[in-house]
Design a protein around this ligand. Structure first.
Ligand code: ADP
Ligand code: MG
Ligand code: MG
Ligand code: K
Length: 355
C-alpha cells in the first residue's frame, strides 16, 4: 500500500506564491508508486482546501479546483477532514510535508497543529522552527553559542515610535553605513533594505515595520553569499557549500525571483580550510537550533579576509528543482526524488522516537 502524504502549500505569508512553486516541484518529483499525494492548499486568507486538479496544472488559480478541508488536531480521529455538501469525511494521512515558507508555515505554528494531531511531518519541530524563523532570537542564540556573526540590534516598533531620534543616534553610533534593516520574521528578502545614509535608514525602518513589530539593524558585510544544505535527525549530513551571485546589489526579492539571472555556483570556489570551517559551522548551528529533517544554513564570507559570518538558517528552504537546497543535495549524489524519500523517512523516524 502507498504512503499517504499530504503536501501543504500556499499559506498566508508573503511567500505564498513561492511556496506553490516549491510544492509543485516536490509533488512532481514524488515517486507515484510509493506515495499517494494529498495536495492541501491554504489560501492567502487562511482557508484550507483540498486541491483536486492535476499537479502539472497547479498555479495561482488552484482554488478553482478544490474542496473545503482541514487537518484536525484530534489525534483519536483520522486527520484529514473533507467537507462537501455540509458532510464531513475523515481521511487517513501517514505523513505531512509542509511546504510553506514564512509566517504560519515555517515558524512552528503548523508544526504545533501537527504535534497535536500526532501525524509525522517533514522538517523541524515547533521550537526549532520558531527560533529559526525569528532572526532576532536566532542571532541572540548564535551569539550565546559563540557563532561568528556581524553586529546587530533588535528594535521594537512601540519603542522606536516613542524615541525615534534616540534610535537613529544609537544606530549611527554603533554601526557604520551601509546597514541592513530587516523584519525579524521574514523570508525571500521581503521588507529588507540596505541603507547608505540617514535618509535611507529612516525609510528602511519604516518599510521593515510594515511587515513586523520587531526589526533588526545589521552591519552590512561586504561578502560573498555561501549556503550549506543539512539533512538528518540525530546524525546529520552536510553538503558542500554553494555560492550565490546575486543579480542585484544584494540578494533581494527581485534578484531571487524576478530577474532569473542570479547564479548558483556549486561547489563554491573557496580555499579548502574555509570550506571545512563553513561545513563545521553548519553542522554546529543545525545542532544548536535543534533542527531535524532539513535546514539550509546561510553564511557571508568577507570578500577581502575570507572571514566567515553566520547570516541565517532556513527550515523550509526554497525547494524548486533549481533551488539551492535540492541542488546542493544533488551535487552530493542525493537526487531530488531520493531527497524527498529521505525527508519522509526522517519524519517517520522522528515521530516514532516520540512515543
Ligand atoms: P531572508 O530570510 O529574507 O533571505 P536575509 O537575512 O538572508 O533574509 O537577507 C536577505 C539578503 O539581504 C541576503 O541574502 C543578503 O543579500 C542581504 N543581506 C542581509 N543582511 C546582510 C548583511 N548584514 N550584510 C550584507 N548583506 C546582507
Ligand atoms: Mg531566510
Ligand atoms: Mg536569506
Ligand atoms: K530564517
Amino acid at each position: 500500500t502507498k504512503l499517504k502524504v499530504a503536501v501543504l502549500f500556499g499559506g498566508v505569508s508573503t511567500e505564498h506564491e513561492i511556496s506553490i512553486v516549491s510544492a509543485k516541484s516536490i509533488m512532481q518529483n514524488m515517486d507515484k508508486e510509493k506515495y499517494e499525494i494529498i495536495p492541501i492548499g491554504i489560501t492567502k486568507e487562511g482557508k484550507w482546501l483540498l486541491y483536486t486538479g492535476k499537479i502539472e496544472d497547479l498555479d495561482s488559480k488552484w482554488t478553482q479546483f478544490s474542496i473545503e478541508c482541514f487537518i484536525s488536531p484530534d489525534r483519536t480521529k483520522k486527520a484529514l477532514v473533507k467537507i462537501k455538501d455540509n458532510e464531513a469525511t475523515f481521511i487517513d494521512i501517514d505523513v505531512v510535508f509542509p511546504v510553506l515558507h514564512g509566517l504560519n508555515g515555517e515558524d512552528g505554528t503548523v508544526q504545533g497543529l501537527l504535534e497535536l494531531s500526532g501525524i509525522p511531518y517533514v522538517g523541524c519541530g515547533v521550537l526549532s522552527s520558531a527560533i529559526c524563523m525569528d532572526k532576532a532570537f536566532a542571532k541572540k542564540l548564535a551569539l550565546l553559542e559563540g557563532i561568528p556573526q556581524g553586529h546587530f540590534l533588535v528594535v521594537y516598533k512601540n519603542e522606536y515610535s516613542a524615541k525615534k531620534d534616540y534610535f537613529i543616534r544609537r544606530i549611527e553610533s554603533e554601526f557604520s553605513y551601509p546597514v541592513f534593516v530587516k523584519p525579524a520574521n521574514s523570508g525571500s528578502s521581503v521588507g529588507i533594505s540596505k541603507a547608505k545614509d540617514r535618509e535611507d535608514l529612516v525609510l528602511a525602518i519604516h518599510e521593515a515595520f510594515l511587515y513586523d513589530t520587531k526589526i533588526l539593524i545589521e552591519q552590512a558585510i561586504n561578502a560573498r553569499e555561501i549556503e550549506c544544505a543539512v539533512l538528518g535527525n540525530d546524525e546529520v549530513f552536510v553538503s558542500e557549500p554553494g555560492e550565490i551571485i546575486p543579480s542585484r546589489e544584494f540578494y533581494s526579492y527581485e534578484a531571487k525571483y524576478i530577474d532569473n539571472s542570479s547564479e548558483l555556483i556549486i561547489p563554491a570556489r573557496l580555499p579548502k580550510e574555509v570550506t571545512e570551517e563553513i561545513k563545521d559551522l553548519a553542522a554546529r548551528i543545525y545542532k544548536i537550533f535543534e533542527c531535524c529533517g532539513m535546514a539550509r544554513v546561510d553564511f557571508f564570507v568577507d570578500k577581502d579576509t575570507n572571514k566567515v559570518y553566520f547570516n541565517e538558517i532556513n527550515t523550509i528552504p526554497g525547494f524548486t528543482s533549481i533551488s539551492m537546497y535540492p541542488k546542493l543535495m544533488e551535487f552530493s549524489s542525493i537526487p531530488y526524488s531520493q531527497l524527498i524519500d529521505k525527508l519522509i523517512s526522517l519524519a517517520i523516524e522522528k515521530n516514532r522516537q516520540k512515543k
